[in-house]
Design a protein around this ligand. Structure first.
Ligand SMILES: Nc1nc2c(ncn2[C@@H]2O[C@H](COP(=O)(O)OP(=O)(O)OP(=O)(O)O)[C@@H](O)[C@H]2O)c(=O)[nH]1
Ligand SMILES: [Mg+2]
Length: 633
């Protein structure tokens, strides 16, 4: 094969490109000149401007450090076009093909990249913020119960009774402990593959031992697993980055590198995973033990033993390991509860939960005692259980940001039934019920359609007892059969909860038929599909101002990234691939000219019309004599 020489220039030299324009036959090869890692430079892509002419690409230029420019072709995966993948609770078969490695890493503690979650909620008269422990060194998320009344902090015990009176809307973000209870933003990156090496067998009495460079190991995978013991996303306040280990490099004597360590991100049942900033749901993990492969590690680079062929018995080439994909993910937790207890603040929701289950939520005679949802398991005589969630109280106007309950209403989205607890001692219980139904409707009409039970509470109080007949009559007139109870005295609660269980049972039977199987490895499959695009699929665009041609294609980009420029044969292979996949031909058809810059992945090259160089390449022989292909020395 005829030849063309390639030289890597320093960034300084690269800027004075005209100097090299006539350098059709540079004397130094890339392996001697180029030491550093090749950096990538992105550029704005514009529509191609086809024209005719141009001949051969030759000179390669090393790019400035990656930090100096904005990376356009990063390895970060974008799944904007992904379809929703919902997991089937019943489907367990998908987990079987996952690796059993469970390396719960914990990675960078930092708190810098937390979810920016300014939800703009207001709390009416009360603003609740975190106590001092929220910011202590140990990172414990304790809430020490301090209310702020328009700038003036008051103790939680003194806050009783503040609820009465006019409610003002005041814009303020949620306290971190609440914000992070069910939302988190994390970074995941699978491991890079290890590099392959060039080595030759040297042994006494074994002349010409041949290539013996081993392949690099595959990078570690990133898994997401449902952990039954978690019921919030609070652990992600301190752990944001999850990186799998990189594969070990290959070694001589045909030794392949070891696989990188996997990472398992543990999430609470009911966690919904989205790509950061996108609305499409990538995964929904419901069942404890479910384990999904999120990102698979990069492939290990091949050592020179893998390049041995009949034509090239002494290959001096090895690949870099493939970079592992990385992503930012938004996690959202929607509790997996069968029944949700909802109602106005101070109605007795937590009291009901404490009576029917072993849960011990905080109960007190002031609104917003419950700041985060509580879960309890109700066991029935006949060996069946149901999970009940007690949610923070909801105020009228919650959809406009009043109170706390609205933020947590979405946790009822997975509930099969709702129990409305009505405070019988309130002035107008029926009005309270109507206001609540309206709030549900405004938040999500689907919630309002869920089967529900009305539980009229505090029947032990004379006030509530007197109002009960009228309340019952009015609701019956509307076709609703309310229950009365006294949660404190444990009277009437059993009927309420048995009816709720009956609703749940009916709902589960209906749901069973609708469930469809889902692919747990959906995200990994999508990423793999994106990254393994054919090398022949590329687009060329031209920036006429800077005479720059951008060749964009994920297959080509991956190829450039895996090319190890330290080895002399890599240049030949690279040029051969550009030729074979039609990049050179396409550039010439589009009118590339002498001295134009051509950027392929991380590589920037200067195009040279090297008509002086002898003969067309083998691939082109006899087909298009007018076109001069890049040549090799
Ligand atoms: N007399 C009487 N008091 C009750 C009954 N149920 C609850 N309470 C009282 O009502 C007050 C509020 O009870 P909680 O269970 O904290 O009310 P909650 O609905 O969870 O309130 P938030 O969490 O603030 O929304 C407490 O002082 C309870 O003791 C009842 O059946 N009778
Ligand atoms: Mg409560």
């Amino acid at each position: 094969m005829a030849s063309i020489s390639i030289s890597f220039l320093s960034p300084v030299q690269a800027t004075s490109r005209p100097k090299n324009r006539n350098q059709t036959k540079p004397t130094k090869s890339v392996s001697k000149n180029f030491k550093g890692k090749i950096k990538f430079r992105g550029g704005s892509l514009k529509a191609p401007q086809p024209s005719v002419g141009g001949i051969e690409a030759t000179t390669y230029i090393r790019l400035p450090p990656k930090d100096d420019f904005t990376a356009e072709f990063s390895t970060e995966v974008k799944l904007a076009d992904c379809e929703v993948a919902k997991l089937n609770i019943e489907d367990e078969t998908e987990t079987e093909n996952l690796s059993s490695e469970e390396d719960t890493e914990e990675v960078q503690g930092g708190g810098g990249e937390r979810l920016d979650c300014n939800l703009g909620l207001s709390y009416g008269r009360f603003d609740i913020f975190e106590g001092a422990k929220e910011y202590n060194d140990s990172g414990e998320e304790e809430y020490d119960g301090v209310f702020e009344d328009r700038g003036k902090a008051v103790n939680i015990d003194e806050a009783e009774g503040y609820y009465e009176g006019e409610l003002d809307v005041k814009e303020k973000g949620l306290p971190a402990v609440m914000r992070c209870f069910d939302r988190a933003k994390i970074y995941v990156k699978s491991g890079n593959g290890g590099n392959g090496v060039v080595a030759f067998r040297r042994e006494k009495y074994v002349p010409l031992g041949g290539p013996s460079g081993g392949d690099g190991g595959r990078g570690g995978n990133v898994y997401v697993e449902v952990d039954d013991s978690m019921n919030s996303l609070l652990p992600f306040r301190n752990s944001v980055h999850f990186r799998a280990g990189r594969g070990a490099h290959g070694q001589g004597k045909m030794q392949n590198g070891a696989k990188g360590q996997d990472v398992v991100v543990k999430v609470a049942p009911g966690t919904v995973i989205r790509e950061a900033g996108k609305s499409e749901v990538l995964l929904e993990l419901l069942k404890p033990g479910q384990k999904a492969l999120l990102l698979s590690g990069g492939r290990g680079g091949r050592g020179n033993a893998s390049f041995k062929s009949g034509l090239n018995k002494v290959p001096r080439i090895a690949e870099n390991g493939e970079e592992g994909p990385e992503m930012w993910l938004d996690l959202e937790l929607k509790l997996v509860a069968d029944v949700g207890i909802v109602g106005a603040p101070n109605a007795g929701k937590s009291t009901l939960l404490s009576v029917i289950s072993a849960a011990q939520p905080t109960i007190a005679n002031y609104p917003f005692t419950t700041l985060l949802p509580n879960l309890g398991v109700v066991s029935f005589d006949y060996d069946s259980t149901m999970v009940v969630a007690d949610l923070p109280g909801l105020l009228e106007g919650a959809h406009r940001g009043f109170g706390l309950g609205h933020e947590f209403l979405r946790h009822t989205e997975r509930c099969s039934a709702l129990v409305h607890v009505i405070d019988g001692s309130s002035e107008q219980p029926e009005y309270e019920f109507d206001a609540f139904r309206l709030e549900l409707e405004l938040f999500n009409p689907e919630l309002a359609e869920k089967p529900f039970i009305v539980a009229y509470n505090k029947m032990d109080l004379p006030d509530a007892y007197e109002k009960w007949p009228l309340f019952k009559e009015r609701l019956q007139a509307r076709g609703i059969e309310p229950f009365c109870m006294s949660a404190v005295k444990r009277e009437g609660t059993h009927e309420v909860i048995c009816t709720a269980y009956e609703l749940l049972r009916k709902h589960k039977e209906a749901k069973k038929e609708l469930e469809d199987p889902a692919n747990l490895n959906y995200v990994a499959d999508m990423v793999h599909k994106q990254r393994s695009a054919s090398i022949n699929e590329f687009e060329i665009s031209h920036d006429s101002d800077s005479n720059t041609w951008h060749v964009v294609g994920s297959g080509l980009q991956r190829f450039v990234q895996m090319t190890n420029w330290r080895y002399i044969d890599s240049e030949k292979r690279f040029q051969h691939v550009l030729e074979a996949c039609g990049v050179n031909k396409s550039l010439m058809k589009l009118g590339v000219k002498e001295g134009d810059t051509v950027i392929v992945g991380e590589m920037e090259m200067v195009w040279h019309d090297s008509t002086k160089i002898a003969g067309p390449s083998k691939a082109n022989k006899g087909s298009e004599d007018s076109i001069k292909w890049p040549q090799w020395k």
